[in-house]
Each structure stands twice: as structure tokens, then as C-alpha cells.
Write a protein that binds this ligand. Structure first.
Ligand code: NDP
Length: 288
């Protein structure tokens, strides 16, 4: 960390993606650095897939403290790193790289961000819970692995493409203590009465398609169920509004986005992230 007033050298982090122009992470990370007076910079960097290897070499040459990865680099980056956290190895994807001495180590903070939001924003401990995920992509993979590691008892993966859903279920059954099952997503999904948590882990309802809703039989959503959405923009999705109208408790995707960034912030700087400042910066960015 560079805190000396005599030093003009900033510590560098950022994100590699393609495309990357609409990624809002810079807003919350830089707000956090400013709030704590840290001389750090977060750069939004467009990296073409065929240039990822050179870009990672560039990180090493320029002594970056770390980097975030977004679409399409989360899996491809692994071959260029020196090691992975156990969770990133299990999930099979990296969204945060941290420099440790000369080594670049891959982590995944997406699922951890969701877990923290479930615990701190919703006040729910996932231990012993029955959880249903709509979707089986990268976000569902990271979230379901972290909930399984945190002690969720049973996980149902509901997905349109059977092979993808079955692959995630096999991973959860083979590598975690949770019991997992796959349900094909055909027509409106009926939420089982014994479910505790339902998560939309698809992009359905993401800006600008804000009125779209995942196909769920809303009559099966009852008070007592915690309904979560991964979509951060808009935070109050049509799906969450409909679930609230059925009496369910809800958790939006903004918390997950803030916490996954806050966890990366702390890994890089060694300083606890100013969560409220970062959340406010993102809310303003989405509102604008
Ligand atoms: P992926 O492309 O990896 O996976 C998308 C999943 O959604 C797949 O299971 C896909 O099913 C399913 N899906 C997509 N469209 C439909 C549809 N019309 N009907 C049924 N199923 C559908 O995406 P990610 O998992 O990376 O991202 C998912 C969402 O999570 C995005 O909106 C992203 O913005 C959000 N996200 C939020 C984060 C946060 O911090 N809040 C962090 C990471 C992601 P199939 O397998 O059949 O194609």
C-alpha cells in the first residue's frame, strides 16, 4: 500500500473484459479508494481473447496488484496463472487475481459476495437450507458451490439446457457435502413447498429488458421463502416485485455485486472495504 505523501506511484488494479465499456466496477472501487485516501487506480481495460496471455504478462511487467476478469476471460485466464484458491479450482472460473510476491493467484469472489449478502443483508444462515437455482451458468456455479461449502443441505438446479445443469449437479454431489438434483426447466417452474431460498441466476430481467421474468409459477411462491435475484441493474427486478406481492422476502443482486467487489478490494489492499460508500457509488451509476 502506498500511503506516503512523498510517493507519486499508484498501485494498479482493474478489469480485463471484451467488451468492457459498460462494466460499472470502476465506479465503486475508485469511490472506495478515495474514501480511504488510498493511492490506488482501477482501470477498465479491453482485452481481446487472443491477447489475454500478453495482457497477463503485462500485469506482471507493470507490477499490478491484481485484476478482475469478466466475460469472456473467467475460464481462459486460469492457464496463465501460478495458482488457484480451492474455491476457484472447484468453480472452474476466476474473477479476481491477486499478486502474492511474484505469483499471480486466481480467486472467485462472485459466490462469496452472494453468500455475504444472504448472511448480512437478508440475515439468513444457509446451513441446513434447501436452495433452488434457476440457471446453471457461471454465476449459478459460483453461488451454488459457496452455499454448499457454507452448509446448505439440498440444492436444486433448474436449467433449460440439461447437460449444463447435470454437470453442475455432478460437481456439487461429488465435491461438496450438499445433496444436489437437476430439474429440467420446461414451462413455468413450481417451487417445492419445502424450499427455503430461490435464486434467479439467469440474465432474464436485466436492463434494458426490465419487464422480463423467469418462468416460475408465482402461485408456488409463499411467505417465508427468500427470493434472490443476481441482476444488479435494475436492483428491484420485475421478478422480485412479483415475489414481494406474494409475501416472500427478497434480496437483490446489487448486494452481491458490492460484496464481491469489496472482497476483492480487501484482498488487494489488505484494508477493509467501505461497503456503504461503494454501494452508494454503484446506485448512483445505475440511476444515472
Ligand atoms: P451465463 O451465460 O454463464 O449463464 C446464463 C444462465 O441463464 C444459463 O443457465 C442459461 O441457460 C440461463 N438462461 C439465459 N437465458 C435464458 C432464458 N431465456 N430462459 C431460460 N434460461 C436462460 O451467465 P452468468 O451466469 O455469468 O450470468 C447470469 C447473470 O448473473 C447475468 O445477468 C449477470 O449480470 C449476473 N451476475 C451478477 C453478479 C452480481 O454480482 N450481482 C455477478 C455475476 C453475474 P442455458 O444453460 O440453457 O443457456
Amino acid at each position: 500500500m502506498s500511503t506516503s505523501p512523498q510517493s507519486y506511484k499508484a498501485e494498479l488494479v482493474g478489469v480485463f473484459g471484451y467488451p468492457v465499456a459498460e462494466n460499472p466496477t470502476v465506479v465503486m472501487q475508485e469511490a472506495g479508494f478515495r474514501a480511504l485516501g488510498l493511492n490506488w487506480r482501477y482501470l477498465t481495460i479491453e482485452v481481446r481473447p487472443e491477447q489475454l496471455a500478453d495482457a497477463v504478462r503485462g500485469l506482471r511487467a507493470m507490477n499490478f496488484a491484481g485484476i478482475n476478469l469478466t466475460i469472456p476471460h473467467k475460464v481462459a485466464v486460469i492457464q496463465h496463472l501460478d495458482g488457484l484458491s480451492p474455491e476457484a479450482e472447484l468453480i472452474g472460473a476466476v474473477n479476481t487475481v491477486v499478486r502474492e510476491g511474484d505469483r499471480l493467484i486466481g480467486h472467485n469472489t462472485d459466490g462469496k459476495g452472494f453468500l455475504r449478502s444472504v448472511r448480512e443483508d437478508a440475515g439468513v444462515d444457509p446451513r441446513g437450507k434447501r436452495v433452488v437455482f434457476l440457471g446453471a451458468g457461471g454465476a449459478a456455479r459460483a453461488m451454488s458451490v459457496e452455499l454448499a461449502l457454507a452448509g446448505a443441505a439440498h440444492i436444486t438446479i433448474v436449467n433449460r439446457t440439461a447437460s449444463r445443469g447435470q454437470e453442475l449437479v455432478a460437481l456439487l454431489n461429488e465435491r461438496t457435502q450438499a445433496m444436489a438434483e437437476f430439474v429440467p426447466w420446461q414451462g413455468a417452474y413450481t417451487v417445492p413447498a419445502e424450499a427455503d431460498i430461490l435464486v434467479n441466476a439467469t440474465p432474464i430481467g436485466l436492463f434494458p429488458d426490465v419487464e422480463a421474468m423467469p418462468a416460475v409459477d408465482m402461485a408456488s411462491i409463499r411467505p417465508g421463502l427468500l427470493v434472490c435475484d443476481v441482476i444488479p441493474n435494475p436492483p428491484r427486478t420485475a421478478f422480485l416485485r412479483a415475489a414481494e406481492a406474494r409475501g416472500a422476502r427478497t434480496l437483490d443482486g446489487l448486494g452481491m455485486l458490492v460484496y464481491q467487489g469489496a472482497i476483492a478490494f480487501q484482498m488487494w489492499t489488505g484494508v477493509e472495504a467501505p461497503i456503504d460508500v461503494m454501494r452508494k457509488a454503484l446506485e448512483e451509476a445505475f440511476a444515472g
